[in-house]
Design a binder for this molecule. Structure first.
Ligand code: ADP
Ligand code: MG
Length: 246
């Protein structure tokens, strides 16, 4: 998949939580259609970094540009931009008292202002795409963790985002359910979706990523194609990290 013009650009981004400097001089560009996997030790700033991209976190300095426009501070412009950025978390956060199909319809009717019929049609189409067409009428608690996470992915896709952010989407899942979620993500990547994925799944990073970004202590330490990164990490931090997990 050819990588297009920049969709996300972070320049000189710094973020503090009180005295804690969690993002340090971040420079990151993600091209249209690109799949960037962020890895690194716990507490290194991975979640904070991707949360800045849809302004779930504010930053103290630097610029964040999404689709050619600086990220607005608040208001309608921010809401509009957020709709372009789909996000999937470790915890699925589905509405427990709504059916699966209703969960996938909600953002469409509320934010995209689609009519109910359109929203339902789109929801069923996306549930089919993540392999859950037969689960539409159930409630989240009746589904496995892997199925719930696939509903969460369908819900994010239903907003027709330009980019999908994933923060450890398989970390809360039992091992046998991890692959069904990664498979949906691989499929999305193949279809050309722009993706930024924080994960510990190195197999996914190797096979689906255009670039691996290694973060530690709030800095981007390496940013290279996976085949280079995994075969010859340059930094001691990355070597140390890989020796512990591989
Ligand atoms: P990672 O996702 O790589 O594990 P995080 O981005 O979650 O790292 O966290 C980076 C650092 O920021 C950690 O030291 C964490 O404790 C701290 N941190 C994260 N969120 C907050 C918060 N809301 N308030 C204060 N400190 C935070
Ligand atoms: Mg995290």
């Amino acid at each position: 998949m050819a990588v297009g013009e920049p969709l996300i650009e972070l320049h000189g981004v710094n973020k503090h939580f009180g005295a804690l400097h969690v993002l340090r001089d971040i420079e990151l560009t993600v091209g249209r259609g690109e799949v960037v996997v962020i890895i690194g030790p716990s507490g290194g700033g991975k979640s904070t970094l991707i949360r800045t991209i849809n302004r779930l976190e504010t930053v103290q300095s630097g610029s964040i540009v999404v689709d050619g426009r600086p990220l607005p501070a608040e208001g309608k412009e921010l809401a509009r931009l957020r709709a372009e950025v789909g996000m999937v978390f470790q915890s699925f956060n589905l509405f427990a008292h709504r059916t699966v199909v209703a969960n996938v319809m909600l953002g469409q009717t509320k934010v995209r202002r689609r009519g109910k019929q359109d929203a339902e049609r789109r929801a069923l189409e996306l549930l089919d795409r993540v392999g859950l067409a037969d689960q539409a009428g159930k409630f989240p608690a009746q589904l496995s963790g892997g199925q719930q996470q696939r509903v969460a992915i369908a819900r994010a896709l239903a907003m027709d985002p330009q980019v999908m952010l994933f923060d450890e989407p398989t970390s809360a899942l039992d091992p046998e359910m991890i692959n069904e979620v990664l498979e949906v993500m691989r499929q999305l990547a193949q279809e050309g979706m722009t993706m930024v994925v924080v994960t510990h799944e190195m197999g996914f990073a190797r096979s689906a990523a255009n670039r691996v970004v290694f973060m530690a202590d709030g800095r981007i330490v390496e940013d290279r194609p996976p085949e280079e990164f995994f075969s010859a990490p340059e930094s001691e931090r990355a070597k140390d990290f890989l020796s512990k997990i591989l």
